[in-house]
Design a protein around this ligand. Sequence first.
Ligand SMILES: Nc1ncnc2c1ncn2[C@@H]1O[C@H](COP(=O)(O)OP(=O)(O)OP(=O)(O)O)[C@@H](O)[C@H]1O
Ligand SMILES: [Mg+2]
Length: 774
Amino acid sequence: MNAHETALLEDLNPPQAEAVLHGDGPLLVLSGAGSGKTRVITRRVAHLVKVRRVFPWRILAVTFTNKAAREMRERLTQLLGAQANDLVVSTFHSAAAMILRREAEAVGLTKSFVIYDDGDQLNLVKRAMRDTGVEPVMQPREILHRIDQEKNAARLPEDMHVEQEDIRGQIVKRVYAGYQKLLRAANAVDFGDLLLLLVKLFRDRPDVLERYRTRFTHVLVDEFQDTNPVQYAFLRQIAPPPSANLVVVGDDDQSIYRWRGANVDNILQFPMQYPGAKVVKLEQNYRSDQNILTAAHEVISKNPRRMAKKLWSERPKGENLELMLHRDERAEAQEVARRILAVQREGFIKFSSMAVFYRTNAQSRVLEEALRLARVPYQLVSGRSFYDRAEVRDASAYLRLMVNPRSDADLLRVLNVPARGIGDTTEERLTDFANEQGLSLYEALGERHRIPSLNATAQKRLGGFHQLLQSLHAFSLTAKDAAGAVDQMLKESKLVESLVADGSDEALTRAENLKELLGAAQEFDLKRASDMVAAAQAVEAREEEAPEGVDSAPLTADVPPLQAFLEQISLVGEADAEVSEGRVALMTLHAAKGLEFDAVFLTGLEEGVFPHSRALKSEEPDGGEEMAEERRLCYVGFTRARKRLFVSLAQCRSLFGELKYNPPSRFLADVPQALFGFKENDLPPPPRAAAMPQRRRNWDDDETGPRVDRSYSQASSDMDGVGGDVRGMRVRHEQFGSGRIVAAEGSGPNAKVTVEFGGNVGLKRVIARFLIPG
Ligand SMILES: Nc1ncnc2c1ncn2[C@@H]1O[C@H](COP(=O)(O)OP(=O)(O)OP(=O)(O)O)[C@@H](O)[C@H]1O
Ligand SMILES: [Mg+2]
């Protein structure tokens, strides 16, 4: 073993090392959370390059988010130095986008195609519905969802098999076909197209496929449990069974993207698809304290149809899990803020090592408010929120028109932004004319003198807009960097100027955001310049020439800067925001996968919130696949925590404008009480059902329900008559020691107070006069 090899294997356990050292042929690493799967991928890549002397440009490593890709690349730079810049480390979508751009002509696009997002897609679906004249029996949203599903399943309209009597299916098929036509005419693709078009291209053009197959001799995939059929089809093309060097790592228990077409069968059936694949199981968890692991295990083990897995840890038992009960979502948010501060002060855990999770984005607003008030520095991890702002979308539309004036959806978006007096009638005449003549809107603008019944003013205004677009397009052809192009666009379009002229606070904030977009472009340029230098150095530093006829050029090579910037914007995902140092991260459970934190707050553990109401409506026994997926999501949430896990719930919550009294989440009942530090005798008697008449379902009536339900149903019913002021207060009791008030009933010295005491004492109900503050 040489020195490189020793260093790379040093801190790996035997099965991890086995996976890193595995020779040629397919390999599946299947194991539970925190067992070092991602570490194995990174090490294996480094090992391939350093020890087995595989050219870095032959390696394609696919991760789930751009953020994960960035982190993996950083890690690899530490291990490999400049050579890391010759690797392709990316998400499925950006790998597909890079390849598609190189092969654009072969799929009927030009290199400057733009990528449409969800909002653009919806507009396009509406247009396609109008164009195809389908009966308006389906909502555009629903049709779009079905189209996305078809794309995830690798089906174009002509591949759809729809029965004649399936009216809705027929509608989807027709609109889908019209929608694809509109995309192609606009020289645009949507997210789903990136992989779908590539898979089709590889299928129809074996010569193109062969080039990439010959190039990428090693393909590695993290979070494989969440691949969808079209992604898997791509993998099978580029790394075909039975013998390609395809390494996939994942955990069937963490498959949480079924709603995006992910199919957990991909991982379960991998050994069948790649017969002879080596399977390595990792069983030691390095992340979480034992109590957390036990809780996670108890929750996930209720799922049917899992691959049997063991997971053990040498880590200590750790602290108890903490159960936090609240009157409503505001009290919950305040208490989360308070506990974060306490954990930071007393637990010596940095803000940046803490995270707050929730099931749906809508829950974040109240949490944000409470954190702001409590002066807890936090950051919302929702990568798209900035780019989804109206003014930023307007600016992006202009930028995309700059590189691709044929993009009709973008043109319509900014036709009258900032206001230039182009009204609905003019817009209608323009689009009708374009449709009749088979022109893009931009081309129609050029022919505007032929548009019937347009008066001179309308002509003039359209002319002005046409000129603006022409000028911007011309500028983009010679732009040397993205920031220059953004700056020019902001000036010429007068987007900032009009907002500043408006002068309202809101308009000024919007103007600030546009300047931030310019800042993002500047940052992008700097990064790109250094990446390009690095890539060139990596090519220069190659010790050997690529074999004759093998394509070894960097995948991103010749994309103009503005276009590269736009592509980066389009591919920003929900989980991609970088959390700055010193801040607590707030995110949905879905965005949390792959991450780890010292302390985790999992909020909203109520039936109908988490598990999501959708899963409750499922007609299958026990909620079927939907419920199983919620359970996996809970497992993902728990296993992000290293040392402290707080789970919280509210007795009533208003969400989506409705006030709901939901019973506690079933997942709480699966956690053994001892892990919360409760002892059997601590539990107060169950409350009278009449005390909680508003509940839709009374979990206390459920005789089979686990006892832990009773403890917190009691505590939360206690809160009915009390203000939130004493809760959370620190108190001392002569016999039980110090603790914190969880709930109180009545007021004054005879109030009955439920206190969570430290040590092994746990939850107790005592009379207030026996307590002293502190
Ligand atoms: N052999 C090891 N020795 C010490 N620490 C390790 C070892 N393997 C992994 N770790 C650490 O354990 C933690 C979890 O590793 P990693 O993120 O790779 O796990 P994972 O299996 O990918 O988890 P997840 O299922 O959540 O994606 C990381 O902090 C990692 O550095
Ligand atoms: Mg991982």
